[in-house]
Structures are given as structure tokens and as C-alpha cells.
Design a protein around this ligand. Structure first.
Ligand SMILES: NC(=O)c1ccc[n+]([C@@H]2O[C@H](COP(=O)([O-])OP(=O)(O)OC[C@H]3O[C@@H](n4cnc5c(N)ncnc54)[C@H](OP(=O)(O)O)[C@@H]3O)[C@@H](O)[C@H]2O)c1
Length: 298
């Protein structure tokens, strides 16, 4: 087991993932933009750092779980980034969801300095991050993947090497197409039930175990019934991912009509100031069109 792991980005996902690495016995150095996030992990047994560069200096393997492509470029490649100090032979594992094309460029830059790079985005939400049951789709060298497997096993369950650099991010975008379009399907079922005057909880019980069953129906519909729009996965991050999907689809000259529609509906939702709500807030756009609210009291 490598002794020194670095972790950058302690948000909704990164914080519980870092905690699971500590629980698995790893010595962890952490950095995030907000000092209070670092302090929380220090209280859990991590060592705090004040920059990505310091994390690189004190680690053999560094995990990044930040927001978007420019954030990974900053924390890895900038003059104050991990690569400025991580020694040759080290490894960087990016578990954020970012551009597959930029991922290949970052991998080339790290490999030029003798540092291995894996793209290892995840699925399973905040609940999966807390439980340590994330699905992890990994791109990069097989030998590096095998060497890092115990680390992945500390935070996830379904861990698959899917191909060379960038492949993890491409598979993650497949995941996001299915997630977003299923969210719309669920939202349409809920609005239909509300407008028709059906008992929502009974409808939910009746269809969740059959062919309509989905992660979204199980996890997001009950939150809608309670009017709980707190984020597990923020609308603005879902939109970031759909933008990445549609950019790749453009490059491939590919029609993805349902994905384009969900992206457009989320645009309308963001215009109401809901960008930091959870993705279950998609139903609010349909509520406005239908003139009815989906609540458990119906
Ligand atoms: N939430 C989910 O259900 C989910 C599921 C799968 C994958 N993901 C992906 O996982 C990644 C993280 O998601 P999240 O939900 O954990 O987002 P989040 O709560 O916004 O966390 C991102 C964290 O990274 C930090 N950060 C961002 N840019 C940084 C930079 N340049 N330097 C230092 N720290 C930086 C942020 O600091 P601040 O707090 O200061 O902004 C924040 O602590 C995203 O790529 C997302 O798409 C999320």
C-alpha cells in the first residue's frame, strides 16, 4: 500500500471519498479551495495542505475531485499545480467529470514528466460516495490501473478499466446521457400522475419494482414528493456534463435528440436561479408548463 496519497477537491463527493480512504488506512494529504473543507478532513485524520503544489510535494499518488476541465488543468498543470512537485514514478488519478479531449492532453503532459495519469470518473452520487460503493470507469495504462486498484476499492465497488486515456471520461458521458434522459422520463411520469390526480406515493410503490424502475425513481422521486431540492448532484454540474456530451456529439456528427432536449429544459430551470439545486428540480419546468405541483399531499 503506498503510504502517501494526496486528495484535492473536498466537495459533495470528494469529502466522503477522502474519508473512506482514511478509513481504509491511507495517510492522506488534502487541499481544497475553502479552508473549512480542509479543516473538516484534518479533524478526521488527514493532513492539511495549502496548495495543490504542496499536495504534489508530499504525495506519491494524487487524486483530484474538482469541478470542471479548467479546474483539473489548474490543479494539475499550473505553476502551483501537482505536476510541478510530484516526483517521476508518481501517479495522478482524476476522478472529476471533464472533457475526454482535455484529459488526453493532460495525460500527455504528465507522462512527459514521467508521471502516470488515469481518468477515473465515478457514478453513484453522494450516497455512493458516503457508502464507498461508487461505480468507477477508468481510462489509462492497465498496469497503472492494477497498481491503483486497492485505492479504487476503498471508494467504489464496480470498478472497470475501460480503455486508454480519455476512455473513462467517454464512458462517464454515456452514463450522463442515460442519467439525464431517465430523469426527464421520471419527471414526466410524476407530472402525469399529479395532473391525473393519482396518489403519488402509491404510483411510486407500484412502478418502482417493475420495468420502469431506475436509480432516479428510487432516489429522486421521494425527494420531489417532499419538495426537497437540496443537491446531491447540482443542476449546474449536470449541465456541464451535458455540454461535454453535446460537444463530443458535434465532433462525431451525431444526433442525440433526447439529450439535447433535457439540456434545453435544464437551461430554462437555470434561468430561474436553480443552478445549485439538485437535478430532481427538473420536474419544476414541467410543473410550470402543466400548472400543477408534484407533492405527496396530492
Ligand atoms: N455530486 C454528484 O452526484 C457527482 C456524481 C458523480 C460525479 N460528480 C463529478 O465529481 C466532480 C465533483 O462534484 P461535486 O458534486 O463534489 O462538486 P462540488 O461539491 O462543487 O465539489 C468540488 C470541490 O472541488 C473544489 N475545487 C473546484 N475547483 C478547484 C480548484 N481549482 N482548486 C481547488 N479546489 C477546487 C471546490 O471548492 P469550492 O467549494 O471552493 O468551490 C469543491 O470543494 C464534478 O466533476 C462532478 O461532475 C459528481
Amino acid at each position: 500500500m503506498p503510504q502517501r496519497i494526496g486528495f484535492i477537491g473536498l466537495g459533495i463527493m470528494g469529502k466522503p471519498m477522502a474519508r473512506n480512504l482514511i478509513k481504509a488506512g491511507y495517510s492522506l494529504t488534502v487541499y481544497s479551495r475553502r479552508q473549512e473543507a480542509v479543516d473538516t478532513l484534518v479533524a478526521d485524520g488527514a493532513q492539511g495542505a495549502s496548495s495543490s503544489r504542496e499536495v504534489g510535494e508530499r504525495s506519491e499518488i494524487v487524486i483530484t475531485m474538482v469541478t470542471d476541465t479548467p479546474d483539473v488543468q489548474e490543479v494539475v498543470l499550473s505553476t502551483d499545480g501537482v505536476l510541478s512537485r510530484l516526483r517521476a514514478g508518481g501517479t495522478i488519478i482524476d476522478m472529476s467529470t471533464i472533457s475526454p479531449t482535455a484529459t488526453r492532453e493532460i495525460a500527455n503532459a504528465t507522462q512527459a514528466k514521467g508521471v502516470q495519469f488515469l481518468d477515473a470518473p465515478v457514478s453513484g452520487g453522494e450516497g455512493g460516495a458516503i457508502a464507498g460503493t461508487l461505480s468507477i470507469m477508468v481510462g489509462g495504462e492497465v498496469d497503472t490501473f492494477n497498481a491503483c486498484l486497492p485505492i479504487f476499492q476503498a471508494v467504489g465497488k464496480n470498478i472497470i478499466h475501460v480503455g486508454p486515456s480519455g476512455s473513462g471520461q467517454l464512458v462517464k458521458l454515456c452514463n450522463q446521457i442515460a442519467v439525464a434522459v431517465t430523469n426527464l422520463a421520471m419527471s414526466e411520469a410524476l407530472i402525469f400522475a399529479a395532473k391525473a390526480g393519482v396518489n403519488l406515493e402509491k404510483m411510486h410503490q407500484a412502478i418502482s419494482g417493475g420495468a420502469a424502475g431506475s436509480w432516479q425513481l428510487t432516489n429522486l422521486a421521494p425527494r420531489v414528493f417532499q419538495r426537497d431540492f437540496a443537491p446531491g448532484f447540482m443542476v449546474k454540474l449536470q449541465q456541464k456534463d451535458l455540454r461535454l456530451v453535446l460537444q463530443e456529439a458535434d465532433r462525431l456528427q451525431l444526433a442525440l435528440p433526447a439529450t439535447g432536449l433535457v439540456h434545453s429544459l435544464f437551461n430554462a430551470l437555470e434561468a430561474t436561479g436553480a443552478g445549485e439545486e439538485g437535478t430532481q428540480a427538473l420536474v419544476k419546468v414541467l410543473e410550470r408548463l402543466a400548472g400543477v405541483e408534484v407533492t405527496a399531499q396530492i
